[in-house]
Write a protein that binds this ligand. Sequence first.
Ligand SMILES: [Zn+2]
Length: 306
Amino acid sequence: MVEPEIVEPGAVEPGREEAAEVRRFWAGLGLPGLIDVHTHFMPERVLRKVWEYFDANGPLIGGLAWPITYRAEEAERTAVLREFGVRAFTSMLYPHKPGMARWLNDWAVDFARRTPDCLHTATLYPEPDTGEYVREALDAGARVFKAHVQVGDYDPADEQLRSAWGMLAEAGVPVVMHCGSGPAPGRFTGPESAARVLARHPRLRLIVAHLGMPEYEAFLGLAERYPQVHLDTTMAFTDFTESFMPFPQRALPRLADLGDRVLLGTDFPNIPYPYLHQLRALERLELGSDWLRAVCHDNAAKLFAL
Ligand SMILES: [Zn+2]
């Protein structure tokens, strides 16, 4: 059981003051706002269960103390992102068992309809009708998928997912995959399974969630090998994550070189610190304003044609 000391992420508390600071951050870079490719919106009762899991320090979160900073009603959560100036975000949802993905996808269609700044998100799970509902989601206009290898406890190279990856690769629709072994490893987490998927589908627009933590360097290697592979920054470089899964300093030049394929992600609202801290954590890498502009907005704007 890991029990890191949570470092105080800064004086700014969530609220009005934080929104002003977040806006100053992107305005200072000359950006029109932020694009956050990794935020969680899901049916209310599913989200409550996720929060209960975090509250109970469940094994999948590595037994960590994980107070949710933005625990609020859905309308309030979207309002917070808008106050921050997040121009586009996602509704990352994911099944932990068969028979659940289609229902989540139906919810996500409705959420995207009533939330124009949300990139219509869909999910999948290895089961007999995966290909069918992935096709339906694409036809309904899904612009990004989420796959959670750790919570779903499946092999992303499972035969039942093969046609789905093929369709996503062909459609050029990115999939954000939690495939790293953080915060706790799963049976199929780690770079090997993801590498097997890419070997079969080299054009798949895989977005490695959480920068692949803690296997950062292996996942950087996949991005270097496959030009369609991106990485999201979700929770990386924050005091919280650095305390138990530090990013290796020696890999910073590689991260700089991949600056056109790193995308801002945050895990809002399920984060144990203010949103601003993720931005400051990127800033303090000192990779420069061009890198920050690309990561916080321009790369995602290009990928999603926004
Ligand atoms: Zn997440």
